[in-house]
Design a protein around this ligand. Structure first.
Ligand SMILES: CCCCCCCCCCCC(=O)SCCNC(=O)CCNC(=O)[C@H](O)C(C)(C)COP(=O)(O)OP(=O)(O)OC[C@H]1O[C@@H](n2cnc3c(N)ncnc32)[C@H](O)[C@@H]1OP(=O)(O)O
Length: 223
């Protein structure tokens, strides 16, 4: 796994995000507009030419490969290309996860036309992806060790409507490097999808105490 350090300061990251996040929102808006537009073909052809010109301009200076997950010297991860939460990724639903003192994590999200499976309903793969992300984050943040999904079991209780949804996840137990986690998606009427996960802190990952020591060393070297 890419464990690359970046020397960007918090202010530099905030400045970059103040430019990049509105761009990502505009591209997300573009995706929704393309799905739902009913304009004439000549307008579509002109739009494609304009979009191609924008792509050519952005390709003027590109990172090789994927974005990766750079870490700041305070060991804050920057997963900006992530499929579920990437701040540069317009196909990621606008998911922002909040972590709470009791170890749980929640998120409020509005899923529009780009996330449709059955008519008017959320695609089951999208539900699984959002739950997987939340399960990974709740255990990684509350336990202080990065964890990968070992097993993910998803139960679709009833159809999930497109629109505003709430997500919640919590760790329910652990055995060695394995963490058992539960998460659910709810609409206004209650849960629509639940997930049980076995998340594993890989053998070759830095452990919690090592991470704390590494954070302290990096913070000291940055002063
Ligand atoms: C703070 C930063 C925020 C960071 C926030 C990060 C959020 C990320 C959210 C996204 C989550 C993802 O999508 S992650 C991407 C999808 N997942 C992956 O690609 C994982 C691919 N698989 C692997 O890398 C590996 O197989 C692992 C890590 C799962 C396990 O490898 P390992 O560490 O070598 O495990 P190993 O020693 O064999 O086994 C350890 C224990 O786990 C059990 N075990 C092993 N594999 C599995 C399994 N698939 N499902 C269940 N249990 C398993 C074993 O029986 C054993 O139990 P016992 O004998 O001890 O009882």
């Amino acid at each position: 796994m890419d464990f690359r350090l970046t020397d960007m300061t918090d202010d530099e990251i905030a400045q970059e995000l103040s430019v990049v996040e509105p761009l990502t929102d505009s591209v997300r808006d573009l995706i929704d507009a393309v799905i739902r537009t009913e304009v004439d073909d000549d307008v579509l052809i002109a739009a494609r030419e304009q979009i191609d010109a924008v792509v050519t301009s952005l390709r003027g200076n590109q990172k090789p490969g994927s974005y990766g997950v750079p870490f700041t010297r305070k060991l804050h991860g920057m997963p900006y290309g992530n499929a579920a939460v990437g701040k540069r990724n317009a196909i990621a639903p606008p998911l922002r996860v909040e972590h709470h003192d009791d170890g749980s994590a929640t998120s409020e999200v509005v899923l529009g036309a780009a996330y449709e499976g059955p008519a008017g309903l959320v695609h089951g793969g999208i539900s699984a992806m959002l739950l997987d992300q939340l399960l990974g984050e709740v255990v990684s943040v509350s336990q202080g060790v990065p964890c990968f999904t070992g097993t993910l079991t998803v139960k679709y209780l009833r159809p999930t409507p497109l629109g505003p949804l709430s997500l919640r996840a919590e760790t329910t137990g652990s055995e060695g490097r394995k963490f058992f986690v539960h998460a659910e998606i709810s609409d206004a009427e209650g849960p629509t999808v639940t997930a049980e996960g076995i998340m594993i802190s890989p053998a070759n990952m830095p452990r919690h105490e090592e991470l704390k020591r590494l954070r302290a060393e990096l913070a000291a070297s940055a002063e």
